[in-house]
Design a protein around this ligand. Structure first.
Ligand SMILES: [Zn+2]
Length: 308
């Protein structure tokens, strides 16, 4: 986990704000600090009208924004993290998990299932940042793998919306780190089977998430101003002792340097995904490859039926 504990409280406060969008008429933008009218922000799908900052949103809201109404069928809802290391910090991991489950109504940070975008079938997996900062524990890794396996079995495109300030979940130690290899392996199978995978990066996507499944999309989309990287810019600056270039690790900087394919406004994301899926999904089954038998290949094509 590249971030320290200091950020946890800030993140938690922000997540709680996001979970209760009707709480108060005004809210403060995390990016430009403007006081903004909450209903206007809601109209813009939780985007700041002053600076275009895209607020983190809960998985449920994201699914509603992206999929056709009523098309989502959640799978793997029963999976919940165990506490394999009996980890204890300020409070035991088991107690923390229980509190997060009660607060968010989720069993863990990932939600996946099947659905449709403009009637195009997809498998969608969304990471909810309000659950332990969207960190990747064994359940998040398992859900990503299962989503990919559904995509493989049904030959549907896979869309993963990432968002993790914490990267791999430190409370699960090596079990979390192994999810990086596990998710990368299943996504390699998708690539071999030519099933499209579109990765959507939201603010922030960091650590082990960015270093594995989040950056492995056939197409990598980012929301504007999203902070994306392995370690945060402050830590890098302190380590190398040099000023970092302006906009370092922001989506726009990464797009300019080839790490991100496109930056898409939240209100355009659904249409953009539909367009990309149409491009990436063949409309007809490809013909099976012809077997060439040595010495018997015909050089002249068989005559076709005369035109009527
Ligand atoms: Zn703003």
């Amino acid at each position: 986990m590249p971030f320290g504990f200091r950020r946890k409280h800030k993140q938690k406060r922000r997540a709680q704000t996001d979970q209760s969008p009707h709480n108060g008429l005004w809210m403060r933008c995390d990016f430009c600090s403007s006081m903004i009218y909450r209903s206007r922000v809601e109209e813009l799908l939780f985007v700041c009208p002053d600076c275009n900052y895209h607020f983190p949103i809960p998985a449920v809201a994201r699914i509603e924004q992206l999929l056709d109404e009523g098309s989502f069928r959640e799978e793997g809802k029963e999976f919940a993290s165990a506490d394999p290391l009996l980890f204890e910090a300020k409070e035991p991991y088991a107690a923390k998990l229980k509190a997060e489950q009660e607060r968010t109504g989720l069993t863990d940070a990932a939600v996946y299932g099947t659905g449709e975008i403009h009637r195009l079938p997809v498998v969608l997996c969304v990471i909810d940042q309000s659950f332990l900062m969207g960190s990747m524990g064994s359940v998040v890794g398992e859900k990503i793998c299962r989503a990919a396996e559904v995509a493989l079995a049904r030959r549907r495109p896979l869309v993963i919306v990432s968002g993790s300030g914490g990267g791999a979940r430190m409370q699960e130690g090596i079990f979390s780190l192994m999810q990086m290899a596990k998710t990368a392996a299943v996504l390699a199978r998708l690539a071999e089977e030519r099933v499209p995978y579109i990765s959507v990066l939201t603010h922030p996507t960091m650590g082990g998430s960015m270093a594995s499944f989040a950056s492995l999309g056939d197409v990598v989309i980012a929301e504007p101003k999203a902070l994306l990287g392995f370690t945060g810019p402050k830590v890098i600056q302190q380590t190398i002792g040099k000023e970092l270039p302006e906009g370092f690790q922001r989506a726009e900087f990464l797009e300019k340097h080839g790490m991100v394919d496109m930056i898409v406004q939240r209100d355009q994301l659904r249409d953009t995904l539909a367009t990309l899926i149409t491009y990436l999904t063949p409309t007809t089954e490809a013909p099976p490859p012809r077997k060439a038998v040595r010495g018997t290949q015909t050089r002249v094509a068989a005559p076709s039926a005369p035109a009527k």
